[in-house]
Design a protein around this ligand. Structure first.
Ligand code: SF4
Ligand code: SF4
Length: 378
């Protein structure tokens, strides 16, 4: 039965593609996004569908490298490659692209992407605890609202934003509840299960349906008899975003006998505790507060990531931490030093992996992950 539910998440991309195509034919607008800093509530409040466009395939990278430097993060090259080859239907359907000035590679790539589609770039501050950075971010949200209204020929009311905030808050609670199932020992869901379910939100055409599916999945797991999975090392994954198509570290860890119990990255738990406060007077200010708190490595300093990781190691009873950096991602690569210190201070094995989207390093990844799992078993 559980497999049936997981199958519905696994086929979400294809199903939603058809639904989004139909919606487009009926005049609904689509907005492409690349990052968890994008306040998708404003897109929902505009009556449009937000779709995640982060590239998770090696296939279009060669085409991207005709324009972009080779020594750039594969996520950026893959994202641009899909766009420039017009091989991602979700990019094709997008009426507007929203980007943010997160890392250097991404913000410069968005400048080039403007030749392909209308692109709106939000200027993200690099500190999140000063009055000036907060005011800048509030202003950036207001600019995005104006651009959405102009580009999508609509008006966004405060009431619509509050409604969208409620939906996204519910969605985050539902995904968090799914992740939290894996605090149990043994964990009821595999790392691939949680990745598949969480990743399906990127292209969900109807958040109500997604929330219902997640809630049903959680109830199904809660009601099933305790699973008989054997004892095995519990691994927490952190670092750069991972999606369906770039899951090789999760897959290898599980093939080698470990359990990936949770992911702290932004396709995982990073934003799940952040709920937009619904008691204020101005929904834009409420959204700015939530989004500026996201503990991405592009923030300097970024203490909340370490606090979150510390708590997750305890809550998910992690025996080891794998920190995955995509090649040329300087911010996560350098932050790995602090992450390693934290994990080692808790007496746990820490493995920092640097990789790309190819399969050329599968054997060396395997050897290193296997050695780390053996350290747990000792
Ligand atoms: S890691 Fe940071 S920049 Fe990259 S998608 Fe996540 S929040 Fe955005
Ligand atoms: S993985 Fe790193 S370099 Fe790549 S887009 Fe995200 S923050 Fe930028």
């Amino acid at each position: 039965m559980l497999n049936d539910y997981m199958q519905s998440f696994a086929s979400a991309r294809e199903v939603n593609l058809m639904l989004i195509k139909e919606a487009k034919e009926n005049g609904v607008k689509v907005v492409g996004i690349y990052c968890t800093f994008c306040p998708e509530e404003l897109i929902l409040a505009a009556g449009a569908i937000p779709v995640g466009l982060c590239g998770m395939s090696e296939t279009p990278i060669a085409a991207a490298e005709e324009t972009l430097p080779r020594n750039l993060c594969p996520l950026i090259k893959s994202s641009y490659g899909f766009a420039v080859t017009d091989s991602c239907p979700f990019f094709h359907f997008s009426d507007l692209i929203v980007g943010e000035t997160t890392c250097d590679g991404k913000k410069k790539m968005f400048e080039i992407m403007r030749d392909l589609k209308p692109v709106h770039v939000m200027q993200l501050p690099q500190v999140n605890n000063t009055k000036a950075s907060f005011e800048l971010w509030v202003e950036e949200l207001r600019c995005l609202k104006d651009r959405l209204e102009k580009e999508l020929q609509t008006t966004i009311s405060d009431q619509a934003i509050w409604k969208a905030i409620e939906v996204v808050n519910q969605e985050k609670r539902a995904i968090k509840a799914m992740f939290d199932l894996n605090r149990a020992d043994p964990p009821p869901l595999t790392g691939m299960d949680i990745l598949t379910a969480a990743w399906s939100r990127s292209f969900s055409s109807n958040k109500g349906v997604l929330i219902d599916n997640l809630n049903v999945l959680v109830q199904e797991v809660v009601n099933q008899p305790k699973n008989g999975r054997a004892k095995a090392p519990r691994v927490l994954l952190t670092g750069c975003p991972v999606g369906l198509g770039t899951e090789k570290v999760i897959r290898l860890t599980e093939e080698l006998g470990g359990y990936v119990v949770a992911m702290e990255n932004c396709s995982g738990y990073k934003t799940l505790e952040l709920q937009t406060d619904t008691k204020g007077a101005d929904p834009i200010v409420a959204l700015a507060e939530k989004y500026l708190a996201i503990p991405c490595s592009c923030m300097s300093p970024n203490p909340y990531r370490l606090e979150l990781l510390d708590r997750m190691i305890n809550d998910f009873r992690a025996d080891a931490v794998i920190d995955l950096t995509w090649q040329a991602c300087h911010t996560y690569n350098i932050e790995a030093f602090e992450v390693g210190k934290l994990v080692k201070s808790k007496g746990l094995p820490y493995l920092h992996l640097e990789s790309d989207y190819s399969n050329s390093d599968l054997e060396s990844l395997k050897v290193r992950i296997e050695a780390m799992l053996e350290m747990v078993e000792k």
